[in-house]
Design a protein around this ligand. Structure first.
Ligand code: HAM
Length: 508
């Protein structure tokens, strides 16, 4: 090895955030906090309470709720096998007998998942084990037998000891799981819950699309599917966006029917699509079989003319769905919520029925959906709960923040209120006390840890964007008159301690 290579290898590795994830840093995090505080406040006025479900759940929950065939579940989830936590993960040859017996027992008791893979692994391991067991008497083990031991280890290692869990790609499934688990159907209906936090999808990263992204969402669960509930949920998001002064928020709505009328429409759509199959791209051709509704989602330029002529679901809704949709629109109008009907709005998750909606905002490029939601009656039942109606939405917080920043609605970062420039031992004690009192009064204060010349301290105060510098030298302390410098115009005034607090209160 050359000296150069050795040096290279010695260099400590530089770690970077994983592709599609990022650090949110100050001052931007102040905007994140403002957005989240506004959500707490606005959702609170609509009677919603916060739920904080876990970040990982059994994979099966998402497969069931969101749909095994959806992109989210089939391609984008971060899934891993949890280890069975009472099993020593690395037995020695001497412990192997006990270890294998234990694995077999746990498998039979279904504490280790009975997956087809595990079935093969246990059977193979069993066969090898019965061959090995008599050899354990012979010591030392002949070389020829070592390979057989290795084979046993390979099967034991490959066994999926724990169950499959996934980082949540969305939170509606978790909220429904929690609703069932905590018997929330016995609470006064409807149960109104909201959440905020990270979600994980292994998508191709680009502007506004991340692998760890943040959602602020809300769900209404209970016995009623009154159109006023749909309208109020939508009104709540729009109120929230309004409060944040989000620019160019455009609400699109649609109804995708129910178990009665949608399958009939899907068949009609499939038949029509088959007639024009040759003119469609590969993705859409495939979707004619798997999920014809998703063809309506296509952004491909060459397909737009063809899609425009396809039958529209609004013309094929059953009587109940048509009446529900009309009432939702009426209810939105009563609330002064401006909407656009978009018959092509189908959502990428399986649980929706009837009302679906999406909100786009400006400054986001191609990833401009800042909120998506809809009705999902029957989802709680699908997850083993009682018959329950449900509707909700999730806002992409990263995109919301991007849009606010692009339109200049992200308020300028706030610097410190007061920088305490102190010199001398007596002044140090006074500075510590002053910092404590000012912070108690709610001001943001920077207290330099070591003594600095006044010139340097004032330069530092400027760099930190401080509004005022409080100058404390031995003179100020003995006179009991403190000097306050306004950094914007350089003016200086002397104050007694109580007057200073009063002055700051008035001017900040
Ligand atoms: P969704 O449409 O999959 O719906 O996601 C909602 C929003 O999350 C999107 O409109 C977008 O703003 C944001 N989002 C999704 N993926 C990413 C990503 N990779 N990077 C950044 N932002 C992203 C749901 O998740 C449903 N659970 C909404 C819902 C709640 N429906 C009923 N209740």
């Amino acid at each position: 090895m050359s000296e150069g290579t050795a040096k290279k290898e010695e260099k400590p590795r530089k770690f970077q955030a994983i592709r599609g994830t990022r650090d949110l840093l100050p001052p931007e995090t102040a905007l994140w906090n403002r957005v989240e505080q506004t959500a707490h406040a606005v959702f609170g006025t609509f009677g919603f309470g916060e739920i904080r479900p876990p970040i990982f759940e059994p994979t099966g929950l998402f497969a069931r709720a969101v749909g095994g065939e959806t992109d989210i579940v089939s391609k984008e989830m971060y899934t891993f096998v949890d280890r069975y936590d009472r099993l020593d993960p690395s037995p020695t040859v001497g412990q192997l007998g006990d270890y294998f017996e234990k694995v077999k027992r746990l498998y039979e008791e279904e504490k280790i998942p009975k997956t087809p893979f595990n079935k093969i692994a246990v059977e193979e391991a069993q066969a090898i084990w019965s061959k090995i067991e008599p050899w354990l008497e012979d010591r030392p083990t002949p070389d020829a037998q070592i390979a057989t031991f290795d084979r046993l280890f390979v099967f034991m290692d490959a066994m999926q000891l724990g169950s499959e869990i996934s980082l949540r790609p969305e939170a509606t499934a978790s909220v429904c799981r929690a609703y069932i688990e905590h018997g929330m159907q016995s609470l006064p209906a409807p149960v109104k819950l909201y959440y905020m936090g990270p979600m994980f999808r292994r998508e191709r990263p680009q502007k506004g699309r991340y692998r760890q992204f943040y959602q602020i969402g809300a769900e209404v669960l209970g016995g009623s599917d009154a159109p006023a509930i749909d309208a109020e949920v939508i009104e709540m998001v729009m109120t929230f966006f309004d409060r944040l002064e989000l620019q160019g928020a455009q609400l699109d709505i649609n109804s995708i029917g129910c178990r009665e009328c949608r399958p009939k429409y899907v068949e009609l759509l499939r038949a029509e699509l088959l007639k024009v199959k040759d003119q469609l791209g590969a993705d859409s051709q495939r979707r004619i079989e798997t999920n014809p509704l998703r063809v309506l989602d296509s952004k491909l330029e060459s397909e737009q003319g063809i899609i425009a002529k396809l039958p529209r679901i609004a013309d094929h809704l059953c009587e109940d769905c048509a009446a529900h949709y009309a009432a939702v629109k009426h209810q939105l109008e009563m609330r002064g919520v401006i909407y656009r009907e978009n018959w092509r709005l189908v959502r990428g998750l399986d649980y929706y029925m009837r009302t679906t909606f999406e909100i786009t905002a400006q400054g986001l490029g191609s990833q401009n959906a800042v909120c998506g939601g809809g009705r999902y009656d029957g989802l709680v039942e699908l997850l083993g709960g009682p018959p329950t109606k449900g509707i909700g939405f999730a806002i992409g917080e990263d995109r919301l923040i991007l849009s606010l920043q692009e339109s200049g609605k992200a308020s300028a970062p706030k610097g410190r209120d007061v920088y305490i420039a102190w010199m001398g031992e007596k002044a140090r004690a006074t500075a510590i006390r002053a910092a404590k009192d000012l912070r108690k009064a709610g001001f943001s204060v920077e207290l330099p840890p070591v003594e600095q010349k006044f010139g340097k301290a004032l330069g530092q105060a400027d760099k930190l964007g401080a509004r005022f510098a409080l100058i404390l030298g031995d003179n100020e302390v003995s006179e009991g008159l403190w000097t306050l410098k306004t950094l914007a115009d350089g003016s200086q005034t002397k104050f007694t301690e109580p007057d200073l607090l009063e002055h700051l209160r008035k001017s900040l």
